[in-house]
Design a protein. Structure first.
Lengths: 329, 99
């Protein structure tokens, strides 16, 4: 501890006079490690496209602030920060995100013209203003809490909370109870109509003429068995009903056009079963290792399929791309 | 170490939180921006407590945390009920009082 104070005195001597200096070089290292990380994570809050990523960035900021509190002679606050903020509040945020829907990403359309630039100017202006004020203030030489925290940080805090601030503390309990009640009332939903039974649901389904059988399963297809691959209907068009709505909302669905390409490839294999088994065009739509060869094979299959007739719009498009690739090579 | 650096960090975090509130449309992210601003002020409180050698700053930071926890509970409940009625968590859609 004496070494730390000696180092603190050294740092204090090396910096300007009138500046509040305390702590050793260890704290300086901590600052330069944790401050950039915290600022980057906070910027993630502004720039993250998905709300879950923003929440995780926020959780990191809160954890790093908890560590900072520990370093700043506030161990009780550090523990409370970790428990209450990172443990409870951020999990509550994630919970609500799950309820509201993970796919509720931001629309990137500006409703007010130039709002982003005004926000940026406001933010930079605020930061410059406050930092310049903080630079010019003359601070007392940093006192530290060693003389105050004689009985330990928690004991001192308890003395203050249950002594000077006991009334505020009691009012806080009323506030928390009110908040809990309010949240319950806001989140509670009264059921206005009786819950439909299975019988009523099935009757309604028949009356509406919607699909009665189970939905088609995804990925029932020669080249894929993944859930993000839509099943193919008898006429070769992919069925939207076969894949989960969540995948569609997240945009993680396999592109229908690449599936249509696969149809051509499979048809080519069927019409030319004795052809060499070299690398085919990959399913992501990117050309394989020998793009020209594969594209020609695809184009040949397309002509064979066209001879059979009954080609949908998507297969026609696949024809066009395959021909284009063949012509390019 | 010069303790004012922690104050600078606090100002930066507060500014980023403010920009988040102004720029983002998702109500939950806007709310997280508010939380970030509260956290930044807490950091300033703790740092000032250390500079002045007085624990009261820490007590105030603790009360800020308590109020923030209550605020989060009520705010998220409001966001959820708005989402339930309007099927959207965007702050632009909640414009019922406009017309």
């Amino acid at each position: 501890m004496t070494a730390a104070t000696a180092a603190g005195a050294l740092v204090a001597a090396s910096t300007e006079t009138g500046q509040a200096s305390l702590g050793g070089n260890g704290e300086e290292v901590l600052f330069w490690v944790i401050a950039p990380l915290a600022v980057i994570a906070a910027l993630g809050l502004v720039f993250a496209r998905k709300a879950v990523h923003a929440a995780l960035c926020m959780a990191w900021v809160m954890i790093s602030l908890g560590i900072v509190y520990f370093a700043q002679q506030a161990p009780f606050l550090g523990a409370v920060q970790l428990f209450v903020y990172t443990g409870a509040v951020m999990m509550l945020f994630l919970f609500v995100l799950m309820l509201v829907g993970v796919d509720s990403s931001d629309s990137l359309v500006e409703t007010i013209k130039g709002q982003r630039w005004f926000a940026l100017v406001f933010g930079v202006g605020l930061a410059v203003l406050v930092i310049s004020v903080l630079r010019d203030v003359t601070y007392p030489s940093a006192a530290g809490l060693k003389d105050v925290d004689t009985g330990g940080n928690i004991t001192t805090l308890a003395g203050l909370i249950f002594g000077t601030y006991v009334w505020a503390f009691e009012v806080t309990s009323a506030l928390l109870i009110t908040a809990a009640l309010g949240a319950m009332i806001l989140a509670h939903r009264e059921r206005l109509t009786p819950k439909p039974t299975q019988r009523e649901l099935s009757i309604r389904r028949i009356r509406e003429g919607s699909i009665k059988a189970p939905l088609p399963a995804p990925g029932v297809f020669a080249r894929h068995n993944a859930v993000d691959t839509p099943a193919l209907l008898p006429d070769g068009t992919p069925s939207e009903l076969s894949v989960s709505r969540v995948l569609t909302a997240r945009g993680q669905l396999r592109d229908l056009r690449s599936v249509a390409d696969d149809v051509r490839v499979v048809e080519a294999e069927l019409t030319d079963p004795l052809g060499d088994q070299g690398p085919r065009t990959s399913r992501e739509g990117t050309p394989g290792i020998v793009p020209g060869d594969a594209a020609e094979r695809v184009a040949g299959g397309g002509q064979a399929g066209g001879g059979r007739g009954d080609t949908g719009g998507s297969t026609d498009r696949a024809d066009g791309t395959a021909d284009g690739k063949g012509a390019a090579t | 170490m010069n303790l004012v650096w922690w104050l600078y960090l606090s100002v930066l975090l507060f500014t980023i939180g403010g920009i988040t509130v102004l720029v983002r449309r998702n109500a939950i992210i806007v709310f997280m921006g508010v939380e970030l601003m509260l956290n930044a002020t807490n950091l300033a409180f703790v740092t000032f407590a250390r500079i002045n050698g007085d624990v009261e700053g820490q007590v105030i930071a603790l009360f800020v945390m308590l109020v923030a926890a209550a605020e989060v509970v009520v705010g998220l409940a409001i966001i959820m009920s708005i989402f339930r009625t309007r099927r959207s968590a965007s702050v632009d859609d909640a414009s019922l009082l406009q017309y």
